[in-house]
Design a protein around this ligand. Structure first.
Ligand SMILES: *[C@@H]1O[C@H](CO)[C@@H](O)[C@H](O)[C@H]1NC(C)=O
Ligand SMILES: *[C@@H]1O[C@H](CO)[C@@H](O)[C@H](O)[C@H]1NC(C)=O
Ligand SMILES: *[C@@H]1O[C@H](CO)[C@@H](O)[C@H](O)[C@H]1NC(C)=O
Ligand SMILES: *[C@@H]1O[C@H](CO)[C@@H](O)[C@H](O)[C@H]1NC(C)=O
Ligand SMILES: *[C@@H]1O[C@H](CO)[C@@H](O)[C@H](O)[C@H]1NC(C)=O
Ligand SMILES: *[C@@H]1O[C@H](CO)[C@@H](O)[C@H](O)[C@H]1NC(C)=O
Ligand SMILES: *[C@@H]1O[C@H](CO)[C@@H](O)[C@H](O)[C@H]1NC(C)=O
Length: 283
């Protein structure tokens, strides 16, 4: 019986432009907000460990330790800086990074390669609760906005003076001296092949969502890079409300002018453009 139901549901959705923001089921409404430290608005899909069982979604469980909200992600622990229910992002920072101490570095490397590739929004092979891109209506799927960029720490056997991307971190990391025999540099943003210098190896990769605040062609200092680390990085749980709203057969978008999710059935034609239709499937 169930395939028939699925087809019928898919069929009716096809003619429906979904307009509501997230769907809300009974259990989402009946649970009060939880609070931990500066995060006072913990609600569906998030839950704290000690919340009543029916509250939130267990895949989005947060810990409250010493009055700090924490998220375990790929066997590392992060401090939650904010939860943005309007755009389905949560901002995290590595607990080792201290605002007033520019010598502090993240304990763990984390990069986009840790997240599954969710460019294909309905990727059935990806069950991870969070993803690293942001589904934006205006940009369409080919250019989904990346939620964070990378800061790469390079450990070099020599001084790098011919590449302005290599930011001298000696004022904070106290490692750039001949006596130590190595030099630490930080690179923010896109790395191209030429940026990998002979005698340098990547030591640590840290995500940040702050680099969008930079001016065009701004020369970076290590202070700025530290600021970006302290700001942290955003990841998204949009996949969950998208699946609830649109199911698996329709495309889901964040209409950023209206700040809500929307479903649509869009298909790529042979010519490469996008049309609304049933994507060659017969219903
Ligand atoms: C927990 O953090 C909140 C917000 O920062 C603060 O108001 C509260 O006093 C803290 N409670 C304890 C027990 O430290
Ligand atoms: C808390 O989040 C809910 C969405 O889950 C939102 O409706 C509400 O306005 C938020 N409250 C505050 C004080 O931000
Ligand atoms: C999500 O919302 C927060 C708070 O309004 C904002 O700081 C952040 O830049 C937004 N993220 C994206 C990807 O739009
Ligand atoms: C600053 O961070 C570094 C590296 O984690 C640490 O060794 C040092 O003790 C910290 N300094 C202060 C004043 O906390
Ligand atoms: C940099 O690499 C050298 C080996 O090339 C190693 O001895 C040193 O400990 C590394 N320094 C840091 C801070 O990782
Ligand atoms: C980095 O800065 C330090 C002190 O400001 C300086 O001694 C060193 O030569 C610089 N390293 C470079 C340019 O790689
Ligand atoms: C965003 O939503 C508004 C109002 O619902 C609608 O007029 C507009 O067409 C939507 N944008 C896109 C790109 O679909």
């Amino acid at each position: 019986m169930w395939p028939v139901t699925v087809i019928l549901v898919g069929f009716s959705l096809l003619f429906q432009q979904c307009r509501s923001s997230t769907t809300t089921s009974g259990q989402e409404l009946s649970c009060p907000f939880s609070s931990c430290g500066k995060i006072s608005n913990i609600s569906y899909p998030f839950r704290l460990k000690d919340d009543p069982k029916q509250c939130g979604d267990s895949r989005y469980e947060l810990a409250c330790e010493n009055n700090v909200t924490k998220l375990y992600l790929y066997s590392a622990k992060y401090h939650v800086q904010s939860i943005n229910y309007n755009n389905f992002t949560i901002r995290l920072v590595d607990p080792e990074v201290q605002q007033s101490n520019c010598s502090s570095l993240p304990r763990h490397s984390l990069s986009r390669s840790n997240f599954c590739n969710t460019y294909d929004y309905n990727n059935k092979n990806c069950n991870d609760p969070y993803h690293a891109n942001f589904i934006n209506q205006e940009l369409f799927f080919d250019s989904n906005k990346l939620l964070f960029e990378h800061i790469v720490y390079m450990n070099c056997t020599h001084q790098v003076i011919n590449n302005h991307k290599y930011v001298n971190a000696s004022s904070c990391l106290n490692s750039n001296s001949k006596s130590k025999g190595y030099y630490i540099y930080a690179i923010a943003g896109k790395l191209v092949a030429q940026d990998f210098q002979v005698g340098c190896h990547a030591k640590l990769v840290a995500p940040t969502s702050w680099l969008g605040n930079l001016q065009r062609n701004q020369v970076l200092s290590y202070d700025i890079i530290h600021k970006a680390l302290v700001y942290g990085f955003e990841i998204s749980w949009m996949k969950l409300p998208c699946q609830k709203l649109c199911g698996d057969s329709l495309r889901c978008f964040f209409n950023s002018s209206e700040q809500h999710l929307q479903c649509n059935d869009l298909c790529r034609t042979v010519m490469g453009s996008w049309i609304t239709g049933s994507c060659g499937k017969s219903l």
